[in-house]
Every structure is written in structure tokens, then in C-alpha cells.
Design a protein around this ligand. Structure first.
Ligand SMILES: [Zn+2]
Length: 245
């Protein structure tokens, strides 16, 4: 069976198509031939198909460059490595968002200037992670182009796999005590409260409840479901957590 990435344009390297073990293996062995890289065996989770696909492709580009010089357009091994490192960092960032109860793949949302995230909107990743979100909210492609000296050229024309399904867990309201705010994991709507002020904290939580009841976007069912799990019972997490502070 062909590796998933065989469905992508061979001109591009898309780090999100590979698992963590594969990315790690690529980082260690990029520049070698696939035969040399795989000679002593592959670690768990690393498929030979992925090795042939990525390490093999990079190796071929290198050899072509050596033989034909300027006739070959190719950004170099370091560009591929940077792309991998950037993707690994983005995965770590995503993991910390999940730890706070947020969506597993924040970049499939479109985050607008008022801080609202709309899933699958124009500018977001659709069903597949292919961008990371920079601190200012701008997006940067995680993939790179392999058939140009400039790895970032014409990236938007890269093939985007439409088979990847996003499996988010159940939504959980995000309570950031450091920033004293509640955040809706579905659309990133936030309510904030004053320090050491239970009334203010209760208000912020109640306002978030209103938001979940009548969200200003299309994810009504999901918001209602979150309201059910967070508000319909007699949970008072926020206030008790605050009191012990
Ligand atoms: Zn919301």
C-alpha cells in the first residue's frame, strides 16, 4: 500500500502527513540514501514507505544537484529540516492547547480579529492541518516546496489532502486562571474577570453561558452540547478554584 503522501504533489513536503517517530527519523537521516538510513532497521512507527518517500526524495534532489548544479531547483536539506522542526514545535503548541481543553487542531479554525474562531472558514485549514498560527494570528504554511530554491514559493497551490479526518474529543470550557478568563473552545470567544473578585468571576462564567446558549456563528449544536456539559449540572469549578487562590 502506498504511503499517504503519495497522494500529494511530489513537489512538496508536508510534515503533517507523518507521525512523530517518522519526523524524528527524517531529522536524523535526511541526506542519506533510504538504503543507508534503513539499513540497521527502522524504529517503531516508521514505515519504509515514508522513508523512501521523504529520505529518498531528498536524496535524489541532492544527487541531481551535485550532478547538474544550477539546472536543478531545490532548497536544500536544511530547508526540509527547518520545516520538520517548525512542525514539531507547532505540534507541541497544539498539545498545550488540548491540555487546556481547547481543540486538537487549532489551525483548522479561522481565528478572526475579534478572537472568534470559525471552523472550516475561508483561510482556515479545512479538514487538514497545513498551517500553524503565528502569535499575531497570521498563518504560515507548514509544508515547503522542494522544486524551487525558495521553499516558500507558491505554497498555496500545494495539494491538500482531503482524506484526513479531524477527530476532536468532546469540547471543554477553557478556564485560564492566569489570564483570568473563560474561553469557548469552539470559537475562542472569551470573557474575563477581575483578580480576587468572585462576583466578577461569576459574571464572566455566566456571560460565557449566554454565549454558549446563543453563539454568533454556525456552531449552535456544538455550543449547546458544551453548555449542557458545563452549565446544566451544579458545577462551580471556577468559584471554588478562585476561593482557594
Ligand atoms: Zn463559542
Amino acid at each position: 500500500m502506498a504511503h499517504l503522501s503519495s497522494a500529494t504533489d511530489p513537489d512538496y513536503f508536508e510534515p503533517e502527513l507523518y507521525n512523530a517517530a517518522e519526523l524524528d527519523f527524517f531529522l536524523k537521516h535526511l541526506g542519506q540514501s533510504p538504503e543507508v538510513a534503513a539499513y540497521t532497521g527502522l524504529p517503531a512507527g516508521v514505515t519504509r514507505a515514508a522513508v523512501d518517500d521523504v529520505i529518498g526524495r531528498v536524496y535524489r534532489f541532492q544527487e541531481l544537484k551535485k550532478a547538474h548544479g544550477d539546472a536543478v531547483q531545490w532548497p536544500g536539506v536544511d530547508a526540509v529540516k527547518s520545516s520538520i522542526v517548525e512542525d514539531m514545535n507547532w505540534r507541541k503548541q497544539c498539545a498545550s492547547v488540548v491540555a487546556k481543553g481547547g481543540p486538537k487542531h487549532p489551525s483548522i479554525f479561522h481565528w478572526n480579529t475579534s478572537g472568534e474562531g470559525i471552523r472550516g472558514a475561508t483561510g482556515s485549514d479545512g479538514g487538514t492541518v497545513r498551517t500553524r498560527i503565528l502569535p499575531g494570528g497570521a498563518r504560515k504554511r507548514l509544508g515547503i516546496r522542494l522544486t524551487s530554491e525558495d521553499p516558500n514559493i507558491n505554497l498555496d497551490t500545494a495539494y491538500v489532502a482531503d482524506f484526513a479526518q479531524v477527530a476532536d474529543g468532546p469540547d471543554r470550557l477553557i478556564h485560564d486562571e492566569t489570564k483570568r478568563r473563560y474561553e469557548c473552545p469552539i470559537c475562542a470567544y472569551t470573557t474575563t474577570y477581575k483578580a480576587d473578585n468572585r462576583r466578577s468571576a461569576n459574571m464572566a462564567r455566566a456571560n460565557m453561558g449566554h454565549h454558549l446558549k446563543s453563539p454568533k456563528n454556525d456552531e449552535r449544536t456544538r455550543h449547546q452540547r458544551l453548555w449542557n456539559s458545563e452549565y446544566s449540572s451544579t458545577r462551580t469549578i471556577a468559584v471554588t478554584e478562585l476561593a482557594s487562590d
